[in-house]
Design a protein around this ligand. Structure first.
Ligand code: HEC
Length: 169
């Protein structure tokens, strides 16, 4: 009888130890899975934030787009500019002549009366400035007298800039 009780006690203790061990193992693996999960999640959030920030800044790879740009496709877009601009030197219409505009100082045509929005901008019409201005003229230079909605497509902007750079030929 005593023997049986001891045996039973041993079994009970053994079972208890066994389940304790299993609980500990589950806890251990659970913990490691949980930790890995959290690590992975934190990483994903970090990457997503990085991408979001870049998208918000509206950054486009200007160099890559210009490398792919097609002046021929830009000629089609030019028709919309030609209502107000000429590519001939010294010919100002509603807008100033755009002959040699790529790389030219901003608002630098003598005898054209620019808005203060444009004449107060520093620098020259490099790719970056043209990309910004042509995307949304009134957003880029609030108060500009260039009444043009803008070219939302980065490819369109690259193509028209390539056309301007080619001098329209
Ligand atoms: C409705 C008339 C109009 C249209 C259409 C138009 N522009 Fe203009 N553009 C202007 C005027 C006016 C200015 C001068 C703006 C100012 O002084 O604020 C100007 C200025 C510019 C300038 C700055 C030139 C300088 O000397 O600093 C560039 C570059 C330019 N336009 C490019 C374009 C391109 C490219 C297109 C076609 C995609 C276009 N514009 C369409 C009227 C127009």
């Amino acid at each position: 009888m005593v023997q049986m009780n001891t045996m039973e006690l041993t079994k009970i203790v053994g079972a208890a130890c066994g389940s304790l061990l299993i609980f500990m193992l589950i806890g251990f693996f659970g913990e490691s899975i949980y930790t890995v999960d959290r690590g992975a999640q934190a990483y994903v959030i970090e990457v997503a934030e990085g991408e979001g920030g870049e998208a918000e800044a509206g950054s486009v790879d200007v160099e890559a787009l210009m490398a792919e740009a097609d002046p021929g496709a830009g000629a089609t877009i030019w028709r919309r500019c030609a209502a107000c601009h000429s590519l001939d030197e010294g010919v100002n219409m509603t807008g100033p002549s755009l002959a040699g505009v790529v790389g030219r100082d901003i608002a630098s045509i003598d005898g054209f009366s620019y808005s203060s929005a444009l004449s107060s901008l520093d620098g020259s019409w490099d790719y970056e400035h043209l990309f910004g201005f042509l995307e949304n003229p009134r957003g880029y230079a609030p108060g500009t007298t260039m009444i043009f909605a803008g070219l939302p497509s980065p490819e369109d902007r690259a193509n028209i800039i390539a056309y301007l750079e080619s001098g329209g030929s």
